[in-house]
Ligand binder design. Structure first.
Ligand code: WT7
Length: 655
């Protein structure tokens, strides 16, 4: 034991002792029952494979593992669109709502039933066929959160055409890079999107991108805002004209039988640094993985109204707005805009209107709602909610408890789900009704998943020590590689430990076997020989009643190696003061210990975040060390970091 703890790679100090047992009435009706953890992992995935999806031809072998490459459900034939749409209509559930769509401009609403979805997908797939799209044709999709976005994805999968969805907040250059890498032949976009009451020039960006992506031959444009946009008759087609006169009969465009391992999509991930990687996801393992996890983790029922408030442009949207929920025949909510348009009540209005029972969102959104105050939620009836979920970053215990109390009526389980674009599906998570919840902990590996925390030299770190999160056996939805870059695939995920997947995250496991995520290992600080994760100090800061958000990083220090710098946003627009600074330093000192006290604190109205809401600590390090800023192109709002630079320069430094 002693030798094990000596080997830990990250020190952990913050202890969170609140516990939430599963309520007996929830436990009784839960999709996941305790025996699920006792099942043999191969039997588990075998059964899920047979029962969760419909096969045109059954698989003959569960998996094959030639490290670092896996294959799952070998020999099977199936189609994702058939599983997500047609089979529900054939089973008589065509009248059930697939999506309640709510546009950002108030009053714009649509109900799309499974039969409507089938009609729209078939017509659009026929239109794509007319443009030359066949099995294997790479297609790019650059749209906002409109119903036609899932329609476009499903139409591709119906034809067997792999897609890459590029988040509508990305620039023309990012779009061009991705289309060039995948050699896309068709691009699907829209005239403009809506965001915070303003239009986003999607078609203009698309044109700029296509000018630098010579493989793209056709651009299909959906009319959304109706404003004038440039249109090139020789290359561009309007969505409504392309589908005009196309048959809506499913037989007119049968679902292409795909091999289990055929490419389903690429999704590019840049993380917080470097050139984007084209993450490869294939057909069967991905579909089984996302459908199974969606069923058990969110405890989805036939009459559920499930809302994952992410963007379809991220993996969360691919797996848990489109493919997982539709495969399970679930009714979902799709909302086009930002959470505070026209005011911070918008989300709670939506939950009340559709009687949403499951809400899945990110810590950054929860902290925004905390900052705006609980009064907005209080004005609405949120009693339909049964379960809350979180994903994307470690969730600070204070935000977790706020979410449960103010949104979940101190009644709902909160599932903190750890996964990545690369993992395709959730891998570490509570199962509601079984797991005793701990605010800030993603708790246990999902059944069938083997996760561990390793030291620098590859030994398992015992309770109390922090280290590197690894996955010790393949799982169905795992990435099949990085597109056209085998070397980078091996180097990034498989070079630190032999035949074990290195996630790049720090973690610790406690006495109960529960996992606590500690953030990206690149963000770990070294203060006087202690390896400290940023998340624990941030959580201690957010624990203070005046703090809305906090980000922490290390800067070089002659005496201690690194010194801790904190960037803090106070509630209610408070500007901060020297007294406040001292109060916060002491607060961290009491919560964690003197070593964790930030050397200085910069008060700032906003923190620099990626477009998916992750804090970019790398840029905060540049500011703290007075360096020129590194790559800022993945920032959601590039002006934020300039503002922080000014504040950091005027702030009185410590001691
Ligand atoms: C990284 C993956 C997973 C879909 C959205 C993000 C961080 C994600 C958690 C969590 C702590 C988390 C990790 C991970 N992360 N979920 N519940 N607790 N950290 O996908 O953009 O590929 O990011 O997000 O650092 O490696 P992504």
């Amino acid at each position: 034991m002693a030798t094990e703890t000596q080997q830990h790679a990250i020190d952990t100090m913050l202890l969170e002792e609140r516990r939430y047992e599963a309520a007996p009435d929830f436990a009784r009706q839960a999709n996941a029952q305790p025996e699920i953890y006792e099942r043999d992992w191969q039997e588990f995935w075998e059964t899920e494979g047979r029962e969760r999806v419909t096969w045109f031809e059954p698989f003959t072998e569960l998996y094959e593992w030639n490290p670092p490459y896996a294959k799952w459900y070998l020999g099977g034939k199936l189609n994702v669109c058939f599983n997500c749409v047609d089979r529900h209509v054939e089973a008589g559930r065509g009248g059930q709502v697939a999506y309640y769509w709510e546009g950002e401009p108030e009053g714009e609403r649509r109900e799309i039933r499974f039969a409507d979805l089938q009609r729209d997908v078939v017509r659009f797939a026929n239109a794509l066929k007319g443009l030359g799209v066949r099995k294997g044709t790479p297609v790019a999709i650059y749209m906002g959160m409109v119903p036609e976005l899932p329609v476009a994805m499903l139409a591709c999968t119906r034809l067997g055409a792999p897609h890459t969805v590029v988040f509508g907040g990305f620039s023309a250059e990012s779009l061009a890079d991705r289309m060039n890498d995948m050699e896309c032949e068709v691009l699907i976009t829209q005239d403009e999107g809506w965001r915070a009451g303003k239009t986003v020039p999607l078609k203009r960006n698309a044109d700029e991108a296509v000018a630098n992506a010579s493989t793209v031959k056709k651009v299909v444009t959906l009319r959304r805002t109706g404003n004038d946009v440039p249109f090139d008759e020789s290359r561009d087609v309007w969505w409504h004209e392309a589908v005009d006169g196309q048959s809506a009969d499913a037989e007119s465009c049968p679902c292409e039988p795909m091999d289990s391992e055929d490419l389903l999509y690429l999704l590019y991930t840049s993380g917080t640094t470097a050139k984007p990687k084209g993450i490869i996801h294939t057909t069967a393992g991905y579909l089984v993985g996302v459908a199974a996890t969606h069923h058990y983790i969110f405890d989805v029922k036939p009459d559920s109204v499930y809302w994952c408030a992410a963007d379809v442009g991220w993996v969360t949207g691919h797996s848990y707005i489109v493919y997982g929920p539709l495969c399970n025949g679930t009714t979902g909510v799709l909302y086009e805009g930002v959470p505070n348009y026209p005011n911070p009540e918008r989300w709670w209005e939506i939950i009340e209107r559709y009687k949403v029972d499951i809400l899945y969102t990110a810590p950054t959104a929860i902290r925004s709602h905390m900052k705006w105050g609980p009064e907005h939620a209080q004005k609405h009836d949120l009693s339909s909610l049964r379960l809350l979920g979180s994903v994307g970053e470690p969730i600070n215990p204070e935000a977790w408890v706020w979410y449960r109390e103010h949104i979940g009526g101190d009644r709902t389980p909160v599932v903190d789900t750890w996964w990545q674009t690369e993992t395709g599906m959730i891998l570490i998570t509570p199962l509601p009704g079984i797991t005793t919840l701990k605010p800030g902990s993603a708790t246990k590996p999902f059944p069938g998943v083997d996760a561990a925390v390793y030291s620098e030299n590859g030994q398992t770190v015992g309770p109390g020590g922090g280290g590197y999160l690894v996955l010790k056996r393949p799982w169905p939805a795992m990435l099949r590689g990085i597109y056209k870059d085998d070397e980078r695939y091996r180097e990034t995920y498989w070079s630190k430990y032999e035949d074990v997947y290195f996630a790049g995250d720090g973690a610790r496991v406690d006495e109960d076997g529960d996992f606590w995520l500690l953030g990206r290992v690149d963000d770990v600080m070294n203060v006087s020989g202690h390896r400290i994760s940023t998340i624990e100090i941030e959580s201690a800061l957010v624990d203070h009643k005046k703090v809305a958000e906090a980000a922490v990083c290390g800067r070089k220090d002659e005496r201690t190696g690194q010194a801790i710098v904190a960037y803090v946003t106070l509630k209610g627009g408070d500007e901060g003061s020297i007294d406040m600074l001292e109060e916060l330093r002491n607060h961290v000192g009491t919560k964690i210990g003197p070593i964790a006290k930030p050397a200085n604190i910069v008060f700032t109205p906003e923190l620099p975040k990626t477009r998916s809401g992750k804090i970019m600590r790398r840029l905060l390090r540049d500011v703290a060390e007075n360096r020129a800023l590194g790559d800022t192109t993945t920032l959601a709002d590039p002006t934020v970091v300039e503002e922080i630079k000014e504040r950091a320069a005027t702030e009185a430094p410590e001691e």
